[in-house]
Design a protein around this ligand. Structure first.
Ligand code: IPD
Ligand code: CA
Ligand code: CA
Length: 252
């Protein structure tokens, strides 16, 4: 919440923010760094021994080898810098290599998504369930579209063409952690994206599983972090997406 307040303040002054580039088309603002410092401070005070994997400061090994926080202090930086209120702080807790808790918070909409293994997923205290839709023609899918400097554009497009020919709509929100939280909330029926990092996906993965959904890599396996790719949805939509895009081999 505190990191969210820092982002909300900066969002109000987005024109004045100092912005640099991590690489082509990849922005980082001082809002990312500020939010990360706030999150790191709170997590380290609460659990001094846990390790951390944070987008801006990388891996910080902890004395406790079992536990690791995985943090994206600002997911949706491009939206943020364009004044689009679609961005979030994403925090997950990993135990022995398994994500066991996750939080995604969009301060612009004051939406807090939380999940703990075995305890269900919630949006501002309301229990979440993935969408129940079964017919592909009724489905609204979400994806991440490669952009300048990122992804193998030519290999991505055939999969998108197959999906768009079958569904009611395809959206590109621009914040993977929120995209996944929206699957948990039943707002989208399915999601797929390549070239993601653990901090983009970790919290969203447990939100979806705790909301009764399915999350795998493009082969239907569990190498989500290793391969940097994700397919999600209810059982049926997840299967449809795997059939439509699985094995297209877009690695980038
Ligand atoms: C990005 C967002 C975006 C996804 C990119 C990510 P960032 O994270 O999640 O939706 O398509 O691949 O890198 O850079 O805004 O934290
Ligand atoms: Ca991100
Ligand atoms: Ca980020």
């Amino acid at each position: 919440m505190k990191a969210g307040r820092s982002l909300a303040r900066d969002f109000g002054e987005v024109q004045n923010l100092q912005v640099s580039r991590k690489g082509p088309g990849d922005f980082v603002s001082n809002a990312d760094h500020k939010a990360e410092a706030v999150v790191r401070d709170i997590l380290t005070k609460a659990r001094p021994d846990y390790g951390l994997l944070m987008e801006e400061s990388g891996e910080v090994a902890g004395r406790d080898r079992q536990h690791r926080w995985i943090v994206d202090p600002l997911d949706g930086t491009t939206n943020f810098l364009h004044g689009l209120p679609l961005f979030a702080v994403s925090i997950a807790l990993e135990r022995d290599g398994q994500v066991v808790a996750g939080v995604v918070y969009n301060p612009a909409m004051d939406e807090l998504f939380v999940a703990e293994r075995g305890g269900g997923a919630y949006l501002n205290d309301r229990r979440l369930r993935v969408a129940a839709r079964r017919d592909l023609h009724d489905a609204v899918m979400c994806t991440g579209i490669p952009h300048v400097g990122r992804g193998n554009h030519g290999d991505y497009l055939p999969g998108l063409a197959r999906v768009m020919g079958q569904v009611a709509g395809v959206r590109r929100l621009g914040a993977a952690a929120l995209d996944l939280a929206y699957i948990a909330a039943g707002r989208y029926d399915g999601f797929w994206e390549y070239n993601l990092s653990p901090w983009d996906m970790a919290a969203g993965m447990i939100l979806i599983r705790e909301a009764g959904g399915f999350v795998t890599d493009m082969t239907g396996g569990h190498e989500i972090f290793g391969r940097g790719e994700i397919v999600a949805g209810n059982e049926i939509m997840h299967r449809h997406l795997l059939d439509l895009i699985g094995g297209t081999g877009q690695r980038g």
